[in-house]
Design a protein around this ligand. Sequence first.
Ligand code: PMP
Ligand code: GLU
Length: 400
Amino acid sequence: MTPGSSVDLKIKIAGRLACVSPSATLGLTAKAKAMKAKGLPVISFGAGEPDFDTPEAVKEEAIRSLKAGFTKYTPTAGIPELREAVCRKFQEDQGLSYSSENVVVSCGAKHSLYNLFQVLCDPGDEVLIPAPYWVSYPEMVYLAGGAPVFVETFQGEGFLPKPERLLKAVTPKTKILLLNSPSNPTGAVLGRRDLERIADIVLEKGLLCVSDEIYEYYLYEGLTHVSIAALGEEIKNRTFVVSGASKSYSMTGLRIGYAAGDAEVMKKVGMLQDHSTSNPSSISQRMALEALRLPKSYREEVRGIFQKRRDKTAALLSKVNGLRPFMPQGAFYVFCGIAETGLSSDVFCARLLEEAYVAVIPGKSFGSDKHVRFSFAASEKDIEEGIERISRWMGRTIKG
Ligand code: PMP
Ligand code: GLU
């Protein structure tokens, strides 16, 4: 076989991959990066990763740990200091009491979620996923043998899951309700009242809740993050909270995420990890520990920068004829309606990249072909220039 090619041996791929598609977020971001590397003037609103450098103290810790030889296997579920630090974080931020047995550290929040679905889903178990949703949720559920059941939300309703629609979607097979607040891709934030109504459904129907809170520190307009697990002991017992270091501390490549919940379930998560990845990188764990020690002011500063970018992105996009941006209350994305262009989201994004060198992600991969996602994890200069390009391109495209 020549390098990079495949000999046609008709190798049968396992059936469980039949429903799984490539990750559009990772795919398009990689394409934009490759075009940039070729010297093309690409502006990327693709990547869902903070564009700041990893904090200096965190990088210093990596060097210290490396020099001290902290390069061997660690306990699979994470070093004790990190698991304890995660417990302290939950206590300080949300008043949630966990002990280390409730916490497993994994190779990114993506891995934490993947593990949870593997441990919780039997074939046919249904997982309620409010749509639009982050690209990887349905695939993770499929890979665990479960069945994603999408519950639509609408721009005109703030992209919030309506309790009536959630209730209607519950069947005897429903096992888990997945929440993601602040949301990727919409930036919608579930407030305490919304969460209380959702928690009532979880309890009334005897469900479990997986709450992906990876954007917990990115809320705007003075809003504060509320975890559904913090609403009371009963709902806490049925909830698995997921978060990590990627978005909060600009550590996407270092792959540290964690989940907290029922100790027996988390023990199984650790066991699954024993037989798959073992521990997440020892050095990354030490870095995450250092990150959790950063003063609150670090996160406040980053949040302030993102608030300015959000305001700018939303204001500029709302002036572009044919676009209908949704003002996000959290995360770092603007989900933008493109129905007036008459283009599918795939075509919109492919043409925008080829013709104007601007990368955005098709909404189709998040469950809405009438939207595209802008990540405003980009400099204000890029935001201005990128949207100016889009405006000119839209002028030509809509006319022509
Ligand atoms: N959840 C959501 C909603 C995300 O956007 C991401 C982005 N990568 C993740 C989980 C996973 O993050 P990571 O694996 O880098 O911790
Ligand atoms: N979560 C980020 C995004 O939505 C990073 C890419 C990924 O893992 O999907 O862009």
